[in-house]
Design a protein around this ligand. Structure first.
Ligand code: KG4
Ligand code: ZN
Length: 350
């Protein structure tokens, strides 16, 4: 079965062709990061307009790369939520139009389901059941994954997402937007032990997270560390970057291990943009090995938003007979900008 995946929930337009037998055939992405940089964040209206411009060229690209024709596509899968309403509508509208013109079904996919199943596209794919740590610009969650469509929320952030904390801290350090990867590079030259930052909720018994206090502590530290010209010297900037990264990684590692223990599971899967962080990867792999657990990550190219994870999640859903989010045959479509991943919220959100 050949699945076309379409992702447009935020600032990346992703299209991919996934064959349920042969695997990923083509994956094309356009990132709008350069367009939004000047504004210090994603501008929803600009995001929507740009997605519309990209769909057809990216579709042609994946067809060319895979040597497939439009007629060979069996199913169209599109991110239906959560995300920016307008951006989601562009993808859903494109998918519905394509489905109607080809006479093919269109399946709405949950963006976070795409992220949490994406490590199964890697060479060292995990098998069910596992605990998933979802760490992106908009989400920080620990989920118990028993099988396709069988997800239970174990804990989540009560304020900022991990990626958001990286981005806000990067901005305080003058690193531009989005700053997660740049902050991580700067941290390599710093010494985390030179700064003292809190590890919010590290010792709380639940599996929830909180990162806004950490961001405030960084803001205060930045303020205190400015020299007479109001500037931060390079060494201080890198120490703060290293200290922030160490604090956030400490919390993510501790809670992930606690989730494994609470669930009696030995496989952890890390997904979402922050999953690209090398320090997080190294620390998690080491800590998991100490308790005989394994950690899987999606390939780096699939850590950020992409169409491959949407096509892949759709393929797994269809194979499991879970096609309940099919668009109507009349061509009508809807999106779900706020949409929980647990089965209860799936039903409630319609
Ligand atoms: O999953 P994603 O591409 O988009 C969302 O759905 O949010 O995640 C983007 C987030 C941004 O906050 C970005 O700063 C962060 O992932 N990120 C990183 C790294 N690479 C991307 N954070 C820390 N270290 C990185 N290497
Ligand atoms: Zn995402």
């Amino acid at each position: 079965m050949l699945v076309l995946g379409i992702e447009s929930s935020c600032d990346e337009t992703g299209l991919a062709l996934y064959d349920t037998r042969a695997g990923l055939l083509a994956d094309a992405l356009h990132s709008q990061v350069d367009m939004h940089r000047d504004y210090g964040g994603v501008v929803p209206e600009l995001a929507s307009r740009d997605h519309i411009r990209r769909f057809v060229p990216l579709l042609n690209k994946v067809l060319r790369e895979s040597r497939c024709s439009l007629a060979e596509i069996d199913v169209i899968a599109v991110t239906q939520g959560p995300g920016l309403g307008g951006a989601l509508l562009t993808g859903a509208g494109f998918a519905a139009a394509l489905g109607a013109s080809l006479g093919k079904p269109v399946l709405g996919i949950h963006h976070l389901e795409g992220h949490l199943l994406s490590p199964m596209l890697s060479e060292s794919a995990p098998t069910f059941p596992f605990v998933a740590l979802l760490v992106s610009g908009g989400h920080t969650q620990l989920m118990a994954v028993a099988g396709v469509g069988r997800y239970r929320l174990l804990g989540e952030t009560i304020d900022d997402a991990a990626g958001e904390a990286f981005d806000k801290t990067a901005s305080l350090l003058g690193l531009g937007y989005p700053g997660g990867a740049a902050l991580s590079r700067l941290a390599e030259t710093g010494d985390a032990a030179r700064v003292s930052l809190p590890r919010p909720m590290l010792h709380s018994k639940d599996l929830d997270f909180s990162f806004s206090g950490l961001k405030t502590a960084v803001a205060q530290l930045v303020h205190k560390s400015r020299n007479a010209d109001g500037k931060l010297d390079d060494a201080t900037r890198s120490h703060i970057a290293a200290g922030f990264e160490a604090a956030i990684v400490d919390v993510l590692v501790a809670k992930s291990l606690r989730a494994l223990e609470a669930e009696g599971m030995s496989q952890l899967v890390v997904a979402g943009g922050v999953g690209a962080n090398q320090r997080l990867r190294a620390r998690l792999s080491r800590a998991a090995a100490e308790v005989n657990a394994t950690v899987s990550y999606p390939p780096l190219t699939l850590c950020t938003d992409n169409g491959a994870m949407i096509a892949f999640a759709a393929g797994l859903r269809l194979e499991a007979g879970l096609a309940e989010n099919q668009f109507s045959e009349t061509g009508a479509f809807s999106v779900r900008p706020r949409w929980g991943l647990e089965p209860d919220s799936r039903a409630a959100a319609t």
